[in-house]
Design a protein around this ligand. Sequence first.
Ligand code: SF4
Length: 175
Amino acid sequence: MKVLLHICCGVCGAGAIERLTNEGHQVTGYFFNPNIYPAEEYRRRLDAVKTVTDLMKCPFEEALYDPGEWLEKTADLAEEPEGGKRCEVCFRMRLEKTFLYMLENGFDAFATTLTIGPQKSAEVINRIGRGIGGDKFLARDFKKQNGFLYANEFAKRFGIYRQHYCGCIYSMRDK
Ligand code: SF4
């Protein structure tokens, strides 16, 4: 299938691209992450994704970076801990946009790298993804089957940038 893969960062991208390609899918990466703060950090993660997709010969699209709507939708959830309600809003926003891009651009299905993070609940992310796209969403837990290990080894081998906080201004504050 032609799969549009929402990619949150270079390291996670490597693990998920490897797995979906091994399953026989034609993968295109999609970088839509208005949660990332500040803009310099956004640029660092985007550059890392470009490096990974080049190395893995995976086509790649970047959406417009416009954090305004994300900040509005999460403004009342600033004090939520990582993994709480703010993250559900954040997952939903990114997956809704990926689903729309998939529909408008001739893909068969969509997926996200988000489940590869050890702190991220695949159950929550997959529930949101299925709620948005039904069976067009490829529910996976990319941290399983050594996905997280593969991604880390790939990053070390090629010197891929690794961030120290999840991405938003609140996660940066809490680190
Ligand atoms: S902690 Fe991560 S997943 Fe949660 S809202 Fe911030 S950027 Fe999004």
